[in-house]
Design a protein around this ligand. Sequence first.
Ligand code: PLP
Length: 468
Amino acid sequence: MKKSSKPDLYSALKEYSESNNYPLHMPGHKRNTKMLNGGLPYDIDITEIDGFDNLHNANGILKRTAQKAEKIFHSSHAYMLINGSTCGILAAISCTAHRGDCIIAARNCHKSVYNACFLSELDIRFVYPPTESSGICGSISPDSVAAAIEENPNAKAVIITSPTYEGVISDIKSIAEVCHARKIPLITDCAHGAHLPFCTFGQTGEPVSCGADIVITSLHKTLPSLTQTAAAFVNGDLISSKRFEKYLGIFETSSPSYVLMASIDRCFDFLSDSESKFEQYEQLLFRFSEKMKELRRLKVLCHGGDTPENHGFFAFDKGKIVILTGDTNISGVELMRRLRDEYALELEMSYPTYALAMTSVCDAPSGLERLAHALTEIDKTLAYAPSSAAFPPLPEPMNLRITNAELEALPDAELTLYAAKEGTYISRRCIYAYPPGIPIVIPGEIIGASEYEYIERLKKSGVIVEER
Ligand SMILES: Cc1ncc(COP(=O)(O)O)c(C=O)c1O
């Protein structure tokens, strides 16, 4: 869709919502007002007046919403979050590790994990997922977590992302066992997996039932709930729920929106009677997957004839449609543009080697049919060009272990990269492609020419690279 001619945000949003553009991106409600019975307007936007409880000390109507979540997700403690998964991740890390402590993190974690570590000046030790030539990260192996714990037995927590933005699920049950053998809590960033407990393909990696101690999940990404809404779950006896609450109180706004909280409450009601809706959703995905067998050049990760085993993934979230362009003469960025311009299909993100469509239980059958049709048509126009866009895995730069104050004191404070020695730089900020927001470089890392070129290549390919 072209730039809106409307002068203000509200009119531009209304105009867009009336267009033919179909959303293959967040939020998970897919603007499907027919399915969700109407809107959530101004007339219910209040503050903590009498009878409406207080999110930071809930014991009335808001506590009842949390209790619904505890029942549906089988969790001892559940929390509504209205500052996204981000505030839950900040609270989870802050309540487990303090200044100078060691934490073990999967290298492909979201920037919020790195921001939490930055704030508390934590000593991060990484576990690396295997990475495919497309740049897609695989599952984190329990063995790699065991090895990291062996090397860092004083670690205060382990944090991994499962499922990833692209849908790759790790073996949380085995990873939790490895962590618990050393009494180390496992935090799982399940921002993209709120729907997993309700789908047959997700249950093996669903982190609450698999024993993760803190699980953070974005309701808005894959379920019918408004943008910014999320939930956190605390279980087991390694984490004090009171301590978690203390840090939520620090990172979450003191004016939580009742409109957002009402959408969370509705989402939980939707989930408590959703079996047939999720069955229909899986059938929709199955039909889409079958259609993908017809593609000659494009491939769709773990759809069509492809399986998680082909990639060594523990499991895969079939709700993610990752269209691989690596063997074709088109990049993921160009594919996303063609889908938008020629078929009015708006995807979630693209990378040089793939484009990502997000689906949800609220998708209309016609949305996925349109995507399947568009992909089969585009596929016919593509030539075979193997590995033309192969991208190296995330670099493994050297961590300088420098304090925040020392970083800020480096000369040329405005620059992201400080030239350390001939051909090497110290990064002052996180540098990441957005989306997905996984840092390529974090503050205090030394990078060399190859990482520098990687970043430049990403920028040239049309991916948005941010530095914060
Ligand atoms: C893996 C991952 N974790 C956490 C987040 C943060 O979630 P939120 O946007 O709900 O704050 C994101 C956002 O995209 C994400 O991709």
